[in-house]
Design a protein around this ligand. Structure first.
Ligand code: URA
Length: 221
């Protein structure tokens, strides 16, 4: 089946049968939830105002898959949105609801895989298939200067979407590399697991944002 070359997958995207079936199960179980590919979260000024794109793994079952907004409704969003506000990349109050007052500033947030995967683990074929949407999302931002990838999977899929080789652009926490005209920063994913185990501390995450802020400020001088 062919689907139109849109930036976001259609609500009933058939491209990954396992994810399509998983969503169908959750639509039955929780009809009030969003239960569809979660679209990119944009700042109020729209795509041309985006200088930084943050790329997560995939919607969390009871987070973005429930609410319809990336990193909204599960723990990962608490650290992410607090940090964005701290660095002037978001304003308002994050209340883990898509109708809270939070607004992004010059920033957009998306996921490497747009549909919630079972056990939060997309398989390789799903990551590869969904990359067309990641690629179109990157392409739509004509003023994009920087990307932050959260975790190895998001990092590798982003490198590929940018036409780079993963072997030449390996993931490392706190890493910063240029691919074409985009500066790609990488961080361990801000998941509850990573913060509970101490793999990622608030200070480590804040340090990554310090680098990003410096890069954006240097580019606007
Ligand atoms: N929520 C998202 O939207 N993406 C993630 O990677 C984790 C939680």
């Amino acid at each position: 089946m062919t689907i139109p070359a849109t930036v976001e997958p259609p609500r009933d995207c058939p491209l990954c049968p396992r994810l399509h079936d998983f969503l169908a199960v959750w639509r039955e179980r929780e009809p009030a939830w969003f239960n569809a590919p979660v679209p990119t979260f944009l700042p109020p000024e729209g795509q041309d105002g985006v200088r930084l794109l943050i790329i997560g793994l995939a919607p969390g079952l009871r987070g973005a898959n429930r609410t319809g907004r990336p990193f909204t409704g599960d723990y990962a969003g608490d650290l992410l949105y607090d940090t964005l506000i701290r660095f002037g990349l978001a304003r308002g109050k994050f209340e883990a609801r898509p109708d809270d007052s939070l607004e992004l500033i010059s920033t957009a947030i998306t996921n490497a895989v747009k549909c919630v995967p079972p056990e939060n683990k997309p398989i390789g074929a799903e990551i590869n298939t969904c990359r067309r949407f990641l690629h179109r999302n990157i392409e739509r931002f004509k003023n994009l200067e920087a990307i932050l990838t959260l975790g190895t999977i998001a990092h590798q899929s982003t490198v590929r979407a940018l036409g780079g080789r993963v072997a030449s652009h390996p993931f490392s926490h706190g890493g910063c590399q240029k691919i074409g005209k985009i500066t790609v920063f990488s961080s361990y994913h801000c998941s509850r697991y990573n913060t509970n185990t101490g793999r990622l501390t608030t200070e480590m995450f804040v340090d990554v944002f310090r680098q990003i802020r410096a890069e954006l400020d240097a580019r606007s001088e």
